[in-house]
Write a protein that binds this ligand. Structure first.
Ligand code: CTP
Length: 319
C-alpha cells in the first residue's frame, strides 16, 4: 500500500494514464470506471476453455448413488462416502442453469467494508454472491442484506458455530440458514478431509428442519480448472480463495461483476488498520504466510482487471 502505481484507465471512452498512490488510484478508477464488454466476453470464453460454471458449480443427483466413494480433490488418498442425506440434497440440475445477469456483486469479507455504506449498492445488483455465511443483519448499512448465492466452507461450522455442539449454536446456525430464504448454499464438501462431520450435521439439519435452501456442492474438477485458467494467464495460485473462485464462476453468467470486501491487507491506503474480516476478530497475520491462499497476489490480479474494465473493484466508500 502507498506504492506509486501507473494505471491505464478507460475514462469516457478514452484511455488515461493515472499515476499515484493507492488512494488516488481508487478515486480515479471509481469515478472513471467503465465496463469493457469485449474484454468481458473474451474472459468468459477463455474461462470456458477450463470450466463451465453451469456444470462445475455443483455435482447433481445423477452424478452419484448413495454409498459411492469420492476421493477428496486435494487429498486423493482419502475418501468420503456419499450418504443418503448428502445424496438427497444434491440438486437435480445446476442452480446456475441458463442463468444470465446484467450485474452481479461478489462480496468478500474484508474489514474494508466497515463504514463503507455499500449496503444499498450491493443489494441493488441483479445477483449477489456472498462468502462463508458472513453475518449481515448487524452490518447491513455496509454490506447489505440480499443474498442469492452463499458459500460455506465446512471450517465455518467450527469457527463460527462452535461445531454445532450445543443447542444455542445450532439454533443460531438454523436462524442464519433461514435467512437464505430459498437461495443457494454452496458447500465445498469434497475439497479436503476434515470437515465431513460438520457437512453431515449441516445436511441433516437442512433435511430434518425442512430448511428452505438450495444446496450445491462444487464439482470435483472445479478447483483444478480454476487454477488451470489462472495459470495459463501466468498467475500461479495453488489454492484459489473463495472470492477468486466466485469471480471466476461469475464470469460465465454476469455481464458486469462488482467486487466488494476484497482487501487482504492490514492497513488501508491512508494507513488505518483494516480488520481481516468485517465481523470477527480473526487476525490477518494468521492468513498471510501460514494460510493456504495468496490473496495479495489475487488482489493484484483483480486490480489489473479492474483497470482494464473487466470487473469493478470497490475498496472505498460507496457514494
Ligand atoms: N477477502 C479479501 N480480503 C480479506 C478477507 C477476504 O480479499 N481481508 C476475500 C477473499 O477472496 C476471500 C473472500 O473475501 O476468499 C471471503 O473471505 P473469507 O470468508 O475469509 O474466505 P477464505 O479465507 O477464502 O476462506 P477459506 O480460507 O476458508 O477458503
Amino acid at each position: 500500500d502507498g506504492e506509486l502505481i501507473t494505471s491505464r484507465l478507460m475514462v469516457n471512452g478514452s484511455e488515461k494514464i493515472v499515476r499515484g498512490g493507492m488512494s488516488s488510484f481508487f478515486q480515479h478508477s471509481v469515478e472513471g470506471w467503465r465496463v469493457n464488454p469485449s474484454l468481458v466476453l473474451m474472459i468468459r470464453k477463455d474461462v470456458l476453455r477450463f470450466l463451465d460454471a453451469e456444470r462445475d458449480v455443483s455435482v447433481v443427483k445423477s452424478s452419484f448413488k448413495p454409498g459411492d466413494t469420492i476421493h477428496y480433490v486435494l487429498d486423493r488418498r482419502r475418501t468420503l462416502n456419499v450418504s443418503h442425506t448428502l445424496h438427497s440434497l444434491l440438486p437435480d440440475v445446476s442452480p446456475l442453469k441458463n442463468k444470465r445477469f446484467r450485474t452481479c456483486a461478489v462480496v468478500g469479507n474484508s474489514g474494508v467494508l466497515l463504514n463503507s455504506g455499500c449496503g444499498k449498492e450491493i443489494d441493488s445488483h441483479d445477483f449477489v454472491i456472498r462468502c462463508n455465511l458472513a453475518p449481515l443483519a448487524e452490518f447491513s448499512e455496509d454490506v447489505g442484506l440480499r443474498s442469492d448465492f452463499t458459500t460455506m466452507n465446512p471450517s465455518v461450522i467450527q469457527r463460527a458455530y462452535g461445531g454445532l455442539r450445543n443447542a444455542s449454536d445450532t439454533e443460531r446456525f438454523v436462524r442464519r440458514l433461514q435467512m437464505l430464504n430459498d437461495s443457494v448454499l454452496w458447500i465445498p464438501a469434497f475439497m479436503v478431509k476434515g470437515g465431513e462431520r460438520h457437512v453431515e450435521s449441516v445436511n441433516e439439519i437442512i433435511v430434518n428442519r425442512k430448511l428452505n435452501v438450495r444446496t450445491a456442492y462444487p464439482s470435483l474438477r472445479l478447483i483444478h480448472a480454476v487454477r488451470g485458467y489462472w495459470l495459463t494467464n501466468k498467475i500461479n495460485i495453488k489454492r484459489p480463495s473463495t472470492g477468486l473462485l466466485m469471480y471466476t464462476l461469475a464470469t460465465r453468467f454476469c455481464d458486469e461483476i462488482h467486487l466488494y470486501g476484497f482487501w487482504p491487507f492490514p492497513r488501508d491506503a491512508d494507513g488505518n488498520v483494516v480488520k481481516y474480516h468485517y465481523y470477527d476478530m480473526l487476525k490477518y497475520r494468521y492468513f498471510s504466510s501460514a494460510g493456504p491462499h495468496r490473496m495479495p497476489l489475487e488482489f493484484k490480479t483483480l486490480k489489473a482487471l479492474h483497470s482494464k474494465g473487466a470487473l469493478k473493484l470497490t475498496t472505498s466508500k460507496c457514494v
